[in-house]
Design a protein around this ligand. Structure first.
Ligand code: ADP
Ligand code: MG
Length: 397
């Protein structure tokens, strides 16, 4: 029997870099931890995390400047284990522009093509095209010292795209620029990525930068990939306490589950009672609750099932919003953002904090959080703090 014609398939994103189970050790320092991540064609993916979390190490392993201790990296369907950086269809832009100071801009960009013995005429065409791409037409005969920081960074980008790589890796490329130029370059880079139609893997420690530029954000936390998703996913549904805290502003509560009933979780913390979404928690389970300042509210009288009373400490006018700070009885400072046309509670008055259940993000306590806590204080001091949990002398296990 003849097959019916299939409907035209909606275009599925194709993987271009597939990282699976990658670990990296420097001596006993476990820098990248069992990390798996698929990066797709034509996407702008940011790797976001605080300084020292392993972003550069991950990028250098993708590029081939560093070998992973275990795990595999596949680029364009091929295991690149034994491939040198220049054999991978990948180029890297570093934060330090790494331009040759004694060469003109033209020669800096042409360098790689000359090494590859590309014909002169073709070099000229490609360099000029790259200069147009990064909006530096007419700058070819200048020297790096005659350019501003932003212009030098564009030369570095032109040099990296000249070989038509399938993937461009960028390691905090705007880190050395001032704020205004940074914002401008963010938009330019995003436009450039669309025009080139290639994958950008963009390392940054700046959450705002990642939110504005990316199709997806991979958030790293001391070597772990905590979450990878669209900007709105990591902002609205942070997978870990670390991310809730790291991305955007939030009010974070460490709570204990009292009970769950009728789709509602009844919880309490040091400062009082609250409600959240029911997600199959057990009584006495510890759950973090994250509520964004724009979703947090306060009232003169307590709202049923909430008892987070406090004193209004500050009311800050920020042009488009008013930020109110309320200190709860345990000292926790709650941030509430309201629009300027709403009345702000007077400083010194007592208010009760609450929210709509749908606006509370419930975060399970992850094993990772505990491991990271151990690592941040060092295993010995962590052990010293909980001697009762350690096996006694002479005890087995
Ligand atoms: N070549 C190296 N030798 C030893 N340790 C290193 C080396 N490179 C990085 N590290 C360590 O690995 C960890 C992660 O570093 P890195 O990947 O540079 O982080 P990030 O780019 O997120 O700031 C840090 O603790 C750093 O000190
Ligand atoms: Mg780095």
């Amino acid at each position: 029997m003849e097959k019916e014609k299939e409907p035209p398939a909606t275009e599925q994103p194709k993987p271009i870099v597939e990282i699976s189970g990658v670990n990296k050790f420097y001596g006993s320092n476990h820098v990248v931890k069992d990390l798996s991540l698929v990066i797709y064609e034509k996407e702008f993916l940011s790797i976001l995390g605080p300084s020292g979390c392993g972003k550069t190490t991950l990028l250098r392993m993708i590029a081939g400047f560093e070998r992973q201790s275990t795990g595999t990296i596949i680029v364009e369907g091929e295991n690149v284990e034994n491939k040198e950086p220049f054999e991978r269809n990948i180029n890297t832009v570093f934060q330090s522009y790494a331009l040759f100071p004694h060469m003109s801009i033209y020669d800096n960009i042409a360098y790689g093509l000359r090494m590859k013995k590309v014909p002169k005429k073709e070099i000229k065409d490609r360099v000029n095209k790259a200069l147009v791409m990064v909006r530096l037409e007419g700058f070819g005969q200048r020297y790096p010292s005659q350019l501003s920081g932003g212009q030098k960074q564009r030369v570095a980008i032109a040099r990296a795209i000249i070989n038509n790589p399938r993937v461009l890796l960028l390691d905090e490329p705007l880190g050395a620029l001032d704020m205004k130029l940074r914002k401008q370059m963010q938009i330019e880079l995003k436009n450039l990525q669309r025009k080139l139609g290639i994958t950008f893997v963009y390392v940054t420690h700046d959450q705002e930068e990642a939110l504005t530029m990316s199709d997806r954000i991979a958030v790293m936390n001391v070597g772990n990939l905590d979450q990878c998703g669209k900007p709105e996913d990591v902002y609205d549904r942070p997978a870990t306490k670390f991310i809730a805290d790291f991305i955007g502003e939030t009010n974070l509560f460490e709570t204990v589950v009292e009970e769950e009933k009728g789709g509602v979780a009844y919880l309490y913390c040091e400062a009082g009672d609250m409600m959240g979404k029911s997600e199959g928690f057990d009584p006495n389970e510890i759950v973090y609750v994250s509520v964004r300042p724009e979703k947090t509210k306060c009232s003169v009288k307590p709202v049923e099932n909430f008892s987070l009373g406090g004193i209004v400490r500050e009311s800050i006018y920020l042009g488009n919003i008013v930020k109110t700070i309320i200190n709860l009885t345990n000292g926790q400072a709650i941030k509430i953002n309201t629009s300027v046309d709403q009345p702000a509670p007077p400083v010194g008055s007592i208010r009760y904090v609450y929210w709509d259940i749908k606006d509370a993000v419930m975060i399970y306590t992850h094993a990772n959080d505990i491991i990271n806590q151990i690592e941040s204080v060092g295993l010995n001091s962590f052990n010293a703090a909980i001697p009762e949990l350690l096996p006694k002398e002479g005890e087995n296990g």
